[in-house]
Design a protein around this ligand. Sequence first.
Ligand code: HEM
Length: 266
Amino acid sequence: MKEIHDEIGTLLRGMIEKREKALKLGEVDNEDLLSVLIDSNLKEIHEHKNPKNVGLSIDEIIEECKLFYFAGQETTSTLLLWTIVLLSMHQEWQERAREEVLHAFGRSKPDFDGLNRLKIVSSIKVPMILYEVLRLYPPFGLLTRFTYKEMKIGGITLPPGVLVGLPILLINHDREVWGEDVEEFNPERFSGGISKATKYQVSFFTFGWGPRICIGQNFALIEAKIALAMILQHFSFELSPSYVHAPHVRISLQPQYGAQIIFRKL
Ligand code: HEM
């Protein structure tokens, strides 16, 4: 673990220092997230008379890079993976989704405006299939918060030093919240949007909630829609006989024995 930690730290440090130099020399624009991060940091340090304790240290930028990579890559790939598994199990939904995609784009590459018109695979408002996958198989099943001082939540007083767990996975499978068909794959439950899908408000927080809500959620849904639309355009898919359904928490929710899928070119 230490070796990997050091190796990634060295790689990222090299990239950051190279980019910082290029930005100072005006050789690159704010063309990606790393440049935006470094540039705004340099500006903040520059604007302060006493630059000590202002802006991010290089170690903090390294941690931000790791967070974005992990938070952005692992999550969306997990969403796509379970989407493919569930659409393999529920061929009727795969067909409905494909029909919609072919109707919107034919065989051509999906464009951004067209994506927003998709209702079954998703529209910005109602990404039915993707939300239902995120409900049944949330990439992160547990959020935690730590109390630094005494807090009152509802009628409960929590002393400092308490770790509070918000069990997304359990809430997403709670019959009381979602109704009798809680264990069924039923994207239709999201046809009226998120707020109408559950009995209570703020029951569906697969992307978190409040000030720390996922900064990448729209990006993730667009990415997933594009990938899914392109797969549906070109392939039909089903589970391989070797597939064993065993969702398993390994930081994110993974298929314990892999996800063997048979793809057929259309
Ligand atoms: C299906 C995809 C995704 C899911 C389910 C997801 C889930 C979450 C959740 C639950 C949180 C809140 C964590 C907490 O409150 O403790 C979070 C935060 C965050 N996510 Fe995502 N995420 C996804 C995609 C992405 C993508 C694509 C990016 C970036 C490109 C991203 C970047 C972040 C960042 C930077 C935070 C921390 C925000 C903050 O603390 O202010 N996420 N995400």
